[in-house]
Design a protein around this ligand. Sequence first.
Ligand code: MG
Length: 370
Amino acid sequence: MRIERIELRHVRIPYIFPFETSVDRDEAKDCLIVRAWVDGLEGWGESPVTMKPYYKEETVETAWPILTGFVIPRVIGRTLDRPQEVVEWVAPIRRHYLAKAGLEAALWDVYAQRQGISLAAALGGTRTKIDVGMSVGIEPTIDAVLSRIDTWLGQGYQRIKVKIKPGFDLALVRAIRDRFGGIRLQVDANTAYSLRDLSRLRELDDYDLLMIEQPLDHDDIIDHATLQRALRTPICLDESIDSSEDARKAIDLGACTIINIKTARMGGLSEGLRCHAICQDRGIPVWCGGFLETGIGRAANIAIASLPNFTLPADLGASRRYFHEDIIEPWVEVNRDGTVDVPTGPGLGFAVVERLVDKYTVRKETFRAS
Ligand code: MG
C-alpha cells in the first residue's frame, strides 16, 4: 500500500449544546480531519484536538505544524503492509498523540477497505452492537443537569455520566439518585480534585457509582493509587493514560480498576489495541470515551468499542445529539435499547459527505508523493 496523497483540514462544526467540563467550555467542534489516498482507495481519520490546551497539551494550532512539518513528511510516498508500521515511523516525534492519531486512523480505514472488511473486523471486534451512555456537562444549575438526564434516558441511553468539580458534586449526585433511582451512573472530574479532597471524595462512595473518572492530576498515577485504596468506588483513569505502558503501570500500582480508552489520546488505534490487550490480561474492564467527535472519529470509536473487553457503556451518542448535521451518512443512531449498531461495510462503514466536510472546512492543505 503506497501512500500517494494526504489532505489535512481544520474543520469547525457548531454544537447544538455547548459542552462544559471542570476546565473548559466549547461552543463548536474544532478538530483536524485527515484524508489519505492509498492504492486508489481513500481513508479518513480524525485528530480530536481542540482550540485550547485544557484536556491535553495539544491544540489545533500545535497539531497542524506537527503534522505538516514532521508526521506527513515521514509517511508520504512510503509503502506499508499494516497500519501499525506507521506508529514506528512517527515514534521519533515525541508525544503529539492526538495529531498522529488522525493519520493513523485514515490508514486503518484504507487497510480495512483493502481487505474488504469493516474497520471493526480489522481491529478484531466481536460485537455487533455497542452499549452506549451519555455524558452530561456542567450546567448552571443542578436542575438543568437533571433535565438533560431526563432527555437522554428518554432516548434510551443506558448509562449517565456527569461532569463534576468541587462544589458541584455531592449535591448533584444526591439529586440524581433522588430523581432517577438506581440508574447506571458515573462521574468525571477531569482532574479537578487533589488528595486534600479525600473526605469529600469518600462521600461519593455512598451513591453506588460505576466509577469516578480522573479525579486527580492529568499526569498522576501515584496519588490515584493512594485514593483508590481509600475508596470503594472504582477509579477510572482517562487523562493519565497516554499509552499501553501507562496503563500497565497504573494497573500494577493499583491506581485504577477501570480504564477509559480514547485511542487518539494514545496516538491511535494500534496503541489502543495494545492497551485493550494489557487490560484484558489483567482483568481490567475498559470502555470507549470520546471527544464529541464528528462522524469520522465516532465511526472509529464504534469500531474499537466492538472489541471484547469493552464491557462498560461507551460515551458514544447519536449524531443529532451533537450536531445539526453530521459529515457522514448515515448518521449514527441510538437504538431504543441504548445500543449503536456496528456497521459491517468496508472500512468505517459510513460514507463521508465531502460537500459537508467542505462546508465546515476552515483551512486545508494537500501533500503529494513525489
Ligand atoms: Mg474523562
